[in-house]
Write a new protein. Structure first.
Length: 255
């Protein structure tokens, strides 16, 4: 019951002494040792248990961990009252019950590992909203140590390499932009600002409307091209990171 984290407020112990249904947290002192219950006591106690269940847990499934002195008269009443039930280690000799419970505990732990893995996979899948390098960094930082559990070590390695390239390229692009900015005179800044407003990549530089501007500002345009090339590498790597993260999601969804 502890292994499945069953709520203790719904766990009760059954005692033929005074035919008691004992709450989990209740402390028992001076517990007497009585001879085995008579058939009449077994039948009466079964009726007492059924009344307790109907009063407290109408419609609930009942899990029974008890021997034949409890279950022999309880099962017919369960069926009569249409109460769903499970009897654990039913029919097993007392000396063999421990082995049965060891197997049940191991099964539950195996299921828990599967559930935990499923939750982990769902958490990884849920991270990418925009497929950004920042999200990729979070994935490899938080879940890198468990990538082997899902057979995605190669994708994590690929993301790490791309992140390394991205950071290096970003530094180079920022440096190229700084060099370009520092090279401009005030009047040039005003001229280039008009271009920047409509500039998204290298191809925009070769718009026919800029032909004259390019010929008049050769040196600055060369430095601007360098900056745009560096920024292009960054964009390309961001796209590759996004693509690998998408592949990672697909692999995890299918596994």
């Amino acid at each position: 019951m502890k292994e499945v984290k069953f709520l203790t407020e719904h766990i009760y112990f059954l005692s033929f002494h005074e035919q008691r249904v004992i709450p989990y947290e209740e402390v028992i002192t001076n517990y007497p040792i009585n001879p085995g219950p008579t058939v009449k006591e077994q039948r009466n106690f079964a009726n007492r248990i059924i009344s307790f269940i109907k009063e407290r847990y109408e419609g609930a499934e009942v899990n029974i961990h008890a021997g034949k002195s409890i279950t022999d008269y309880l099962i017919p009443l369960f069926k009569q009252e249409k109460i769903p039930y499970v009897i654990f280690a039913e029919g097993q000799q007392l000396l063999k019950k421990a082995k049965v419970y060891e197997e049940l505990i191991e099964q539950e732990r195996a299921l828990k590992r599967i559930r935990d893995m499923q939750r982990e996979k769902e958490q990884i899948i849920a991270i990418p909203s925009y497929f950004t390098p920042l999200e990729a960094e979070r994935i490899v930082t938080e879940y890198g140590p468990i990538a082997h559990k899902y057979g995605v070590e190669n994708l994590f390695s690929e993301i790490r390499l791309l992140l390394r390239d991205y950071k290096q390229q970003q530094r180079q692009a920022q440096l190229a932009k700084k060099v370009f900015d520092q090279s401009l005179e005030l009047n040039e800044r005003k001229q280039f600002q008009q271009i920047f407003d409509n500039l998204s990549g290298i191809s925009d530089l070769f718009n026919s409307n800029l032909a004259e501007f390019r010929s008049q500002n050769g040196r600055s345009m060369a430095m601007l091209k360098t900056q745009l090339i560096k920024e292009g590498y960054v964009k390309n790597t961001v796209n590759r990171i996004s693509e690998v993260m998408f592949r990672l999601q697909i692999v995890l969804l299918k596994s």
